[in-house]
Write a protein that binds this ligand. Structure first.
Ligand code: HEC
Length: 155
């Protein structure tokens, strides 16, 4: 009888214990973000402060523009971006991703399926935070906020 009770308790507890186990892809996703240096552009001041920015603020985008012949781009708030996509939508988007500079979209395309999933799950697990980054500006528009100027190439 006692044995049966122990067994019953175990059977009830096991699924709960399994559900509590963190997704192993989350740890990998954090690693992908760190190795991909995504925070350098997608987290304000990250590069300047040598990465001393709390994880809660990671990937919330930046209002410093990148201006060159392509116009002015702003690193997207990925915390909001990922919330709007399902995992499958992200996987499809990532495989054909091509953006304006200086986003290294080719680094995303070089990732394995598992790394892409891990990245998505990790960013989603951080939750929505921050405001959307400013919108893209065409080449002849001077940004009102701060920006980094790339040299105009003699084409
Ligand atoms: C050198 C700066 C820089 C780095 C490093 C960088 N990004 Fe970006 N990212 C940008 C900019 C700028 C944009 C906006 C591009 C545009 O407007 O066309 C962007 C846009 C994006 C977008 C939105 C694409 C879309 O659908 O419009 C995603 C997703 C993204 N980055 C993911 C990442 C990830 C993941 C990493 C790390 C592996 C990363 N970025 C590293 C600058 C950067």
């Amino acid at each position: 009888m006692k044995r049966l009770l122990v067994l019953t308790v175990l059977c009830l507890a096991l699924p709960v214990m399994a559900a509590d186990k963190p997704d192993p892809l989350l740890k990998r996703g954090r690693y992908v973000v760190e190795m991909g240096a995504c925070n350098t552009c997608h987290t304000a001041l990250y590069g300047m402060l040598g990465g001393k920015i709390p994880e809660a603020d990671w990937l919330t985008g930046d209002k410093v523009g990148w201006r060159g012949i392509w116009g002015t781009t702003y690193a997207t708030n990925l915390r909001l971006y990922m919330q709007e996509l399902t995992e499958e939508q992200w996987m499809q988007k990532a495989r054909t991703l091509s953006t304006r500079p200086p986003m290294p979209w080719f680094a995303i395309q070089a990732m394995s399926d598992e790394d892409l999933r891990a990245l998505y799950r990790y960013v989603r697990s951080l939750g929505a935070a921050g405001k959307p980054a400013p919108s893209y500006l065409p080449p002849l528009v001077t940004p009102r906020g701060p920006y980094v100027q790339f040299p105009f190439l003699p084409l």
